[in-house]
Design a protein around this ligand. Structure first.
Ligand code: DC
Length: 220
């Protein structure tokens, strides 16, 4: 049986951590769509292409072969997983992710993957656009301060120099851009289960989601 699970929510809510664990537990391919937008941003910035240069951007995206190897994103044969989480990319990705033509291309790619495999896909528009008919949809939230704290700890753990306040401002700015952009803004799908993870640890969230999945599978 093929299933599709959507997890949406703002930056730093823990989507990718949770999606990886659930993916492993239920043998689903984990698709980190934020990584795909980040990879386009990285390649565009390397080539000096700005967000308003839509034609050049489209040509660039068409020249990129992207696939996931477990949780790593490989672009034209190169593993970009670590590079795309650097603050320079985080600070610019919303501008590229706001371009309708780029979104259309990445959404098509994401749908193609979900047609072939059982997936757990995380992002901003998975339940509302990419996988409208997902079997289960979750919307993961947490306060901006808690999300900034988690991202700060994660980057510090990787020896990347950052300041908590800079991260908090970046998260607030990205929340605003992601929820106010014209194309596919971040919103909770009507049929998504909302989980606020401010007071739940990773295991707590995994347990809530697992309960829904177990019930869903038991009724199939
Ligand atoms: O989840 P993330 O922080 O890695 O996402 C990076 C950016 O990409 C974020 O600013 C929003 C955007 N994004 C999007 O617009 N749609 C998605 N499905 C996933 C991410």
């Amino acid at each position: 049986m093929k299933i599709a699970i959507a997890i949406d929510g703002p930056a730093g809510a823990g989507k990718s951590t949770i999606a990886k664990i659930i993916g492993d537990k239920y043998n689903l391919m984990y698709i980190n769509t934020g990584a795909m937008y980040r990879a386009v941003t990285l390649c565009a910035m390397n080539e000096g292409i700005e967000p308003h240069q839509v034609e050049e951007l489209c040509r660039l995206v068409d020249s990129l072969e992207m696939h996931f190897d477990k949780e790593n994103l490989i672009v034209n044969g190169v593993d970009v997983t670590s590079e795309i989480t650097m603050p320079l990319i985080s600070n610019n990705v919303s501008n590229y992710a706001a371009i309708a033509e780029i979104r259309a291309k990445l959404v098509e790619l994401q749908r193609n993957i979900s047609e072939k495999y059982s997936v757990i896909m995380d992002g901003r528009d998975i339940g509302t656009v990419v996988l409208i008919n997902a079997d289960l949809k979750f919307f993961l939230t947490a306060s901006a301060e808690e999300r900034a704290r988690r991202r700060y700890e994660e980057l510090k753990g990787r020896d990347i120099e950052v300041e908590y306040n800079t991260i908090l401002q970046d998260i607030i700015k990205r929340d605003y851009m992601d929820t106010h952009r014209e194309v596919d803004p971040l919103t909770k799908a009507e049929d998504a289960v909302e989980i606020n993870s401010s007071d739940l640890d990773i295991n707590g969230v995994v347990n809530v989601i697992s309960d829904y999945i177990d019930k869903y599978l038991a009724n199939k």
